[in-house]
Design a protein around this ligand. Structure first.
Ligand code: ADP
Ligand code: MG
Length: 432
């Protein structure tokens, strides 16, 4: 077992206050939206129809989704924990605009560790003699906010003896992030167990009313920190996933909410009229969300897809090519984007991707501190994430909140990749 410190910037990074506030102000809207999509079978079916023909992973998730609906949902309480990520796009006149990169609806991480980063940066600033600046850093405790949502779902499930189960990776590289959330639950006298898909396959069962038992303990809430990429699954793990989804336990997220977080869904949301259809009568929320969208384009077969594929091949630096994958390091840029798109432009395979306008933030200087890496100043760009938490019981939304933020910063020479991918590091916003 090897322990390293989580990578972080030496100094907090400047973030425009207005954009930071805008990101917080739209989070409850995005919570509502994700929740609405997860309940809209017709929308998910139509939107993912072309994708599941060519993308096996999304297709397998979709099969479980349909199977669970056909049997009828045993789950009556729903818990969403998501993180909406943004970059600050620099316009020709130098002003920055908030642009959403994506919403993560499964295993959105670093809410735990980042509950500590403001303290770290506050200390650094004090050591540098910047006591006044240190006092301006905002408190931030997503671990507490996420635990509040989990605790609410646990309470509504309604069994004192039942536990919360963290579904964790085979090789646990980010355990301390998870422990921060776990400890908040123990503080509320809620028992937590940590299990892998393999444990669920071996020790999991449902009773006649589809209550979930793992290793003899009833599970009220399943909090997935695993299960978002194909490599997380073999045949047994898919069976374990199906067992969990069929159960009465509150899944965070349920499989419908995981599908709501696909890149294909994100692209469809940017079509004129789609948000209005999903959230009728909520024109202000729709306007707030749309104001954060970057250009997104479908590569489905047909004239629209042909046209945008040709534009991207001619000018690849304007775009990012994204497959239906999570976790960083999967997107294509520049010359590689051009080559791949050239190769697949006349095949159905292209529909497993979407195209997005490339966001171009203004870089700034910082030190990225990472175990075993040389200390050097880097040109950096940042990505702001806002955590959202909501709980729904039947049709009634009983909790809908923004639960804190995460700032991740990386060197400009990396086009892609998060903290887990070894590219970005934890940061703290310094509002300007
Ligand atoms: P993943 O699900 O793998 O995290 P993302 O859509 O978040 O996929 O992309 C991964 C990373 O790629 C982001 O953290 C960001 O650094 C970069 N990226 C994604 N979309 C864009 C974009 N439109 N413009 C610039 N960079 C982007
Ligand atoms: Mg991402």
């Amino acid at each position: 077992q090897v322990v390293n410190y989580a990578p972080f910037t030496l100094l907090p990074s400047a973030v425009p206050r207005a954009l930071f506030e805008q990101a917080y102000a739209v989070q409850q809207d995005f919570n509502l939206l994700v929740d609405a999509i997860s309940q809209n079978k017709e929308f998910l079916e139509q939107t993912l129809a072309s994708t599941i023909k060519v993308d096996d992973f999304t297709a397998q998730l979709f099969r479980i989704y349909v199977q669970v609906l056909e049997e009828g949902l045993a789950q009556t309480v729903f818990l969403g924990i998501n993180r909406s990520d943004y970059m600050f796009d620099c316009g020709l006149d130098g002003t920055a605009a908030l642009r959403q990169i994506e919403i993560n609806t499964i295993a959105a991480s670093f809410g735990g560790l980042t509950s500590r980063t403001a303290d770290v940066h506050g200390l650094v600033l004090k050591v540098l003699g910047k006591t006044e600046e240190a006092s301006h850093l905002l408190p931030n405790n997503p671990a507490k906010g996420l635990a509040l949502g989990i605790a609410k779902a646990w309470e509504l499930y309604g069994s004192q003896r039942a536990v919360v189960m963290f579904l964790v990776e085979e090789i646990q590289r980010n355990i301390f992030d998870q422990r921060c959330v776990e400890n908040e639950l123990w503080n509320r006298n809620i028992r937590v167990i940590r299990k892998r898909f393999r444990d669920v396959f071996e020790q999991g069962s449902l009773d006649a009313s589809r209550r979930l038992f793992v290793d003899g303990q009833e599970v009220a809430v399943v909090y997935y920190r695993e299960g978002y990429v194909p490599q997380n699954y073999d045949q047994q793990n898919w069976e374990a996933r199906l067992l969990l989804e069929r159960s009465r336990a509150v899944k965070c997220p349920d499989i419908a909410t995981q599908l709501a977080g696909t890149k294909k869904v994100q692209q469809e949301l940017s079509r004129p009229g789609t948000l209005e259809k999903l959230l009728p009568g909520r024109s202000e929320a729709v306007a707030r969300m749309r104001a954060t969208f970057a250009g997104l384009y479908s590569l489905d077969e047909g004239e629209e897809g042909d046209r945008i594929a040709a534009t991207a091949i001619a000018d690849p630096d304007r775009f990012v090519l994204k497959p239906q994958r999570e976790g960083g390091g999967n997107n294509l840029y520049g010359e590689e984007l051009r080559q791949v798109l050239e190769k697949i432009k006349d095949s159905p395979e292209r529909t497993s991707y979407i195209l997005m306008d490339k966001i171009k933030p203004q870089p700034s200087l910082n030190y990225l501190l990472r175990a075993h890496s040389p200390l050097q100043v880097s040109e950096c760009i940042s990505e702001l994430g806002i955590f959202g938490v909501y709980v729904r019981q039947g049709q009634e939304l009983v909790l809908n909140q923004a639960a804190g933020h995460l700032l991740r910063t990386k060197a400009v020479e990396h086009a892609d990749g998060g903290v887990a991918a070894g590219v970005a590091v934890l940061d703290t916003p310094y509002l300007v």
